[in-house]
Design a protein around this ligand. Structure first.
Ligand code: XMP
Ligand code: MG
Length: 194
């Protein structure tokens, strides 16, 4: 285990087992269709890479990078697009692939924006679903795990851009960040690219 990690919340085996199940479920649900997996950069990259290989359908991959402006305590829900999709989605079944849903603000904005482009269908698959009161209620059609309201890193998720390469999801040791800059505060205040 990495020296900065206090506890492994989800092991590599647990993640891979769940992703295999999600892949089977998505394969069944979209049988006969072409699917566009829309990954959100950067956090969802390991998840979309593993999930795509667990889905047995004609499949396209594309990515969006968004940054959400925020004050010191939470994201504002105003999202800036840093990288958009390559093409139109009006002839496509789109499945948004997220790493984690927290307040729901970012996803709410993204869904609003994509709906206006008239996809054939639009659904959401998030690896993690944080157990907390959402600021915006968002539909999550598929998710891997519900986790407690703690700041987690690994498997794509970062603290100050680090730890994305850990193969598991873990809780960071409090000693890694100072009192003035808890991960939540730092994360939310940086108008950071996910
Ligand atoms: P919302 O808008 O749902 O934002 O509040 C979700 C985004 O916030 C980030 N996030 C986290 N990143 N560990 C992280 O590394 C966490 O525990 C965490 N909680 C939220 C993430 O970028 C997600 O897409
Ligand atoms: Mg982040």
């Amino acid at each position: 285990m990495h020296q900065d990690i206090e506890e492994i919340l989800l092991s590599e085996e647990q993640l891979q087992e769940k992703i295999a199940d999600l892949g089977k479920q998505i394969t069944r649900d979209y049988a006969g269709d072409h699917l566009l997996l829309l990954g959100t950069l950067k956090g969802a990259v390991p998840f979309i890479a593993d999930l795509a290989r667990a889905i047995e359908l004609p499949l396209e991959l594309d990515y969006m990078a968004v940054a959400s402006y925020g004050n010191s305590t939470q994201s504002s829900g105003i999202v800036r697009i840093i990288k958009d999709l390559e093409g139109p989605i009006d002839q496509k079944h789109v499945l948004i692939i997220e790493d984690i849903i927290d307040s729901g603000l970012t996803l709410h904005y993204l869904i609003d924006l994509l709906k206006r482009r008239n996809p054939l269908s639009l659904k959401v698959c998030s690896l993690l679903n944080k157990e907390r009161l959402r600021i915006k209620d968002v539909p999550i059609d598929y998710y891997g795990f519900t986790i407690p309201d703690k700041f987690v890193v690994g498997y794509g998720l970062d603290y100050a851009q680090l730890y994305r390469n850990l193969p598991y999801i873990g809780i960071l040791k409090p000693s890694v960040y100072s009192e003035e800059a808890t991960p939540e505060k730092t994360h939310k205040s940086m108008a950071e690219q996910k």
